[in-house]
Write a new protein. Structure first.
Length: 255
């Protein structure tokens, strides 16, 4: 690792008890568990970073360790991925951390580097990513999180509702005709260690409980979240259908 760059450490939170797709991380694609596809992808696109996996139990721990990856076992009952990373970093002691989701086997190098760059400003406690929405259907989908930011690129709010609301067109999005394209949040993050220490001590806030978005906990107590807009989104595995799509990409040679 280049000490002059002071690269953050990548920590991947991983748990089996996914609500929408239980045990997806150990589902096999061409004979390999999904978690290993993600692990090998990170190693390929970001080889200069130290990488740890913060897991919720022995099943994931054994799979990863048997393939040579560094693993820290954390409490299975932690409330969020950020809580899991905060717990792991008590052992790792990194000064800054990048959070790559365990179900993101198509994460790109630009995503990781953009998180690092966005975390540099002294005011930023945390960084994250966004990409412009391309269709109104996606913009209206509550499973696709929206984010709005201020003129300096710091997040103001995240929501499952379509924000901003285009009043002059009765809420209907007209894209560039309105002078701004809404932004889709990508759930990858960068954190400073001091932020992680506070995050795991704070109880989930009211907005976090309502929207089921952990980053709202940070906004509620005044943390500064720096937003970087990138050109392409990631493709998370949230359902069996997503897994089939990923398998098709591999067979087609586009992975």
């Amino acid at each position: 690792m280049n000490e002059q760059l002071k690269l953050p450490t990548i920590v991947v939170p991983a748990r089996l008890a996914s609500t929408r797709f239980p045990e997806k991380l150990i589902k096999e694609v061409q004979g390999k568990p999904l978690i290993l596809w993600t692990a090998e992808r990170i190693k390929k696109v970001a080889p200069e970073f130290d990488v740890f996996f913060a897991v919720d139990g022995r099943a994931l721990k054994e799979i990863l360790e048997n393939s040579g990856f560094s693993v820290i076992e954390t409490d299975a009952n932690l409330a969020s991925g950020t809580d899991r990373i905060a717990a792991a970093n008590q052992e790792i002691q990194a000064s800054s951390v990048i959070n790559v989701q365990a179900d993101e086997p198509l994460v790109e190098r630009q995503h990781i580097l953009s998180l690092v760059t966005a975390l540099i400003p002294n005011q930023a406690d945390m960084s994250t990513l966004a990409v412009p929405f391309s269709t109104e259907a996606d913009f209206l989908d509550p499973n696709q999180v929206k984010v709005v930011c201020d003129s300096q690129g710091y997040a103001i709010y995240f929501s499952r509702s379509p924000i901003p609301y285009f009043r002059d067109s009765e809420g209907k999005w007209k894209g560039e005709d309105q002078g701004a394209i809404p932004l889709k949040h990508i759930g990858l993050y960068g954190y400073k260690a001091s932020f992680l220490e506070r995050f795991c001590q704070e109880s989930p806030g009211k907005l976090e409980k309502i929207e089921k978005l952990e980053q709202l906990r940070a906004l509620e107590w005044g943390a500064k979240i720096s937003l970087s807009t990138v050109h392409s989104s990631t493709i998370g595995i949230d359902s069996p259908e997503d897994l089939f799509k990923f398998q098709a990409l591999i067979k087609a040679g586009t992975f």
